[in-house]
Every structure is written in C-alpha cells, then in structure tokens.
Design a protein around this ligand. Structure first.
Ligand SMILES: Cc1cc2nc3c(=O)[nH]c(=O)nc-3n(C[C@H](O)[C@H](O)[C@H](O)COP(=O)(O)O)c2cc1C
Ligand code: SF4
Length: 432
C-alpha cells in the first residue's frame, strides 16, 4: 500500500529552507549519532534493519558500511601526488549516486528536489561513522532543478554548521561536493562513476577490489543510491525494529516505484514492500485507458525483464520477484497496453544498450551491436506489421547465444544485463 516513510517531506516542506527541515525533525538523527558514546550499534542496527541498496544491485547497506569501516588504509600517507591536495587527507569517502540514468526511473530526482537536506544529513551520518571528511554527490547532468536546490542546500548547511569544520562537535569535519554527469548511462555504475570523479574517462573497473576496499582515489568508499540514503535518518533515529514494521520479512521497508507508459496516472509512488503490482498499476497509477488491454510490463528498467499480464499479481518484494525470474532493479515499471509495438520496444532497448556500451570489454562492445543487428534482421521488411513475423530458429539461437556470452563474460552490469529484457520477451512469447 502507499506509504510516506521516506517521502513524508515531499511537497510538505520548503526544500530551500533548513528551518523547515529542522521543524520537521531534520538533523535529529545526526545529532543522535554525534552525541553517542559508542557508534558501532548504528551500523549493527542498519544491518539488522535489512535495508538493501535501491540503485539496482540490492546489496546490504549495513554490510557495505561495516566493510568500509573495517577496511585497511590502502596506501600510505601522504597520499600519492595524483590525488588532488584537498582529498588526500580523507581516509575514506562517501558518495551519493544520483546519476539516475536507468530508463523509466525518476524517483531520485524527486527526492533531491523535494528533500535535499535529508540526503545531505544521511551522507553526513555515514561520513561520521566511516571517518570520511569528503563526500561527493554525482548528479545526473539533466537535472538542473536538483542541482540548484542541492547547491543551495549545501551552502545553507555550511552556513548553519551542518557541514564544514566542527559539525555538532569539535572533532567532526565533513563537506560535500557536487559532480555533474555528462549523460553517459555507464557513469551510474559505481566504479565508472569514481573514474569520472577522478577526471578520467567513465569506464568500469574490474572488481574486486570492491569500493569498500579501494574506491574513489583508491580509498575505502561507501557509495549509495539517493533512495538508499533517504532511508538512513529514519533507521538511525527509530532503529531496526521500527523499520521492520514495514514491508516483508525478507524485504523490509518501502520502495519508491516509478510508473510510466500506458498508465492513466503515471508517477512515483512510495509503497510498502510486498504491495501487489496490480494495486500499483490499477489503483495508484489509475489503470489503463478505457478500452485498452494490458500487453506487458517492463519491470526494473532497461536492465529488467518483461512480465506477462497474468503475472500482475506478483507482490513487489525482492523475494517474490526473484521467484518469477524478475528483478526490482531501479524500481521502474513501464506499462505497455495493446497499442504498444513490442518489436519497436525491443529495437529501442537494443539500440539503447548498443549506444551506451562503453566499449571497454569485447563481449558487450560487440555483443550489443550484434544483438541489435539480429533484431533488425528479424524485423526487416515487416515494418508495417512488426508484431507478426516468422523468426528463423537459427536467428533466435544466435540471439540467445549472444545474450549468454554477454551475461557470462561482460565486465560490468551493463553488458551482463543487456539481453535480459529482450530475451524475456521471447521466452514469454510476448511478441509471437
Ligand atoms: C550500467 C549501470 C548503471 C547504473 N546506474 C546507476 C544509477 O544511475 N544510479 C544508482 O544509484 N545506481 C546505478 N547503478 C548501480 C551502482 O553501480 C551501485 O550498485 C549503486 O550505486 C550502489 O548503491 P546502492 O547499494 O545504494 O544501490 C548502475 C549499475 C550499472 C551496472
Ligand atoms: S560490460 Fe559494456 S559497459 Fe561494462 S565495461 Fe564492458 S563494454 Fe563497458
């Protein structure tokens, strides 16, 4: 059901006013952490809350923090010359992934525009616990309003002593810088994002080492999605048990889903984990237009999978989606009614991956091109009636083989998932 746990301030407070944020409980969580005599319990609590990343990979946020806190310094002090002077003394970094480049996803923009101090507070809490003195927000370049509001919020937080030196106590200093992306999907991948912040070409690194060991500037780094950070003040203040009151046992809390496509009321809705997909589409998003029937649902973004109309009752929780071979991904839900041209949708997805592949590893660089070419061959000469076609078994086998090679041999998540949606459409006979 719809719930306002992390979106409670959206549309309610003035996002430019720190006083309004404070009046609605803002910075109480940071105060609590800074006043505590021992801090390890906050990370235990985060683990116990069961929060997992909302950026797509669904990794435990508490475990990530714990791993970064425990990581050994990766190179001696003073740090190497290539690291700019002002970053050399931070023993770790906190990074907010606000690149939000997954098609059909717009929840992070709403959080940043509507409640920027919450994200800044969450990053500051994380920095205090991980002894980081520098943080970055890597913001999608096409989000001018979010940039404006964040820049303003950072300045005000600095003026009011919530960033900079001596934040709420004498021994805590932390500040945040914004970096704007230039429109590359791959720069949302965490290690490509680090390369981009370091001023290099945004290409993923081989993992391990993982960011918690060697991330930004080779230092232990905690990188989280905007929505993941938005959960942290609540968990820090209320604790794991309070958080676990929402959602399912395996997927506690809430999730912001972004409904787009053929729904009557497309938009971002915060729901309790476990809410049925049908409720989201038919109740929250107003259902389809009159006389229309449901053809398919793309869940999890371009890297997700298609669901058939008879899968609409699936509860939106990690375990239930996993059980039907789907993923929650970035929380995108694209609704396709009977007027949608499935072949056109598949070609568009294939073009997206071909264009966005960074080219660093061959399985993805070549595979995404071949995948598009195969689909184009399948649809050749059938441009008027693209949904009816005879597919040669050889072509289909080639498409599946290409997908398998990309999945198994690509360096990063882009290539590993580039065939998921397309193959799911064939598997579920959505285009035949
Ligand atoms: C191609 C690609 C694009 C990605 N884009 C984003 C993005 O735009 N925003 C995001 O938060 N995570 C994105 N991710 C996931 C990040 O690599 C990383 O898992 C995430 O920032 C970790 O934060 P979380 O644990 O809070 O989810 C992307 C991953 C891949 C492979
Ligand atoms: S999988 Fe694709 S996007 Fe990722 S590193 Fe390889 S070529 Fe680049």
């Amino acid at each position: 059901m719809e719930l306002k746990l992390i979106t409670a301030n959206l549309g309610k407070i003035n996002p430019s006013s720190i006083d309004d944020y404070l009046a609605h409980g803002g910075y109480r969580a940071l105060q609590r952490v800074c006043d505590a005599t021992e801090t390890v319990s906050f990370t235990h609590d985060l683990k116990a809350a069961g929060l997992v990343g909302r950026g797509g990979a669904a990794f435990s946020t508490g475990l990530k923090r714990e791993m970064a806190i425990r990581a050994e310094p990766t190179h001696p002090y003073p740090a190497p010359e290539w690291i700019p002077e002002r970053y050399r003394y931070s023993s770790s970094f906190v990074v907010c992934n606000a690149d939000e480049s997954e098609p059909g996803t717009f929840k992070d923009r709403l959080l940043l525009e509507g409640d920027p101090f919450c994200i800044i507070e969450a990053m500051t809490i994380t920095a205090f616990l991980a002894c980081a003195t520098v943080g970055f927000i890597y913001l999608r370049g096409e989000y001018p309003l979010a940039y404006e509001r964040l820049t303003h919020a950072l300045r005000v937080a600095r003026e009011r002593g919530y960033l900079g030196k001596r934040i709420l106590r004498d021994d805590f200093a932390f500040d945040i810088e914004i970096r704007r992306g230039a429109g590359a999907y791959i720069c949302g991948e965490e290690t490509a994002l680090f390369e981009s912040i370091e001023g290099k070409r945004g290409e993923p690194r081989a993992k391990p080492p993982f960011p918690t060991d060697k991330g930004l500037f080779q230092r232990p780094t905690i990188i989280n999605n905007v929505e993941t950070f938005a959960n942290i003040p609540f968990i820090t203040l209320e604790g794991a048990q309070a958080y676990r009151r929402y959602g399912t046992k395996q997927s506690p809390g809430t999730r912001i889903v972004c409904v787009s496509g053929a729904a009557q009321k497309p938009g971002a809705y915060e729901i309790e984990m476990g809410t049925p997909l049908r409720y989201v589409i038919e109740e929250l998003a107003g259902g389809l237009k009159p006389e229309r029937t449901l053809q398919a649902i793309l869940i999890g973004g371009a890297a997700g999978v298609f669901l058939k109309p008879d899968e609409i009752d699936v509860p939106l929780a990690f375990e239930s989606l996993d059980a039907i071979g789907a993923t929650f991904g970035s929380g995108a839900i694209v609704v396709l009614d009977d007027t949608a041209k499935m072949w056109g949708v598949l070609l568009r997805l294939a073009r997206f991956f071909r264009n966005e592949s960074c080219g660093k590893c061959l399985p993805c660089q070549i595979g995404t091109q071949r995948q598009l070419e195969i689909l184009e061959r399948m649809t050749q000469g059938r441009s008027r009636k693209l949904e009816q076609t005879d597919i040669s078994p050889e072509e289909l086998r080639l498409l599946r083989d290409t997908g398998a090679v990309m999945r198994d041999a690509s360096l990063c998540g882009l290539g590993q998932t580039a065939s998921n949606a397309i193959l799911s459409a064939f598997d579920k006979k959505l285009i035949l």
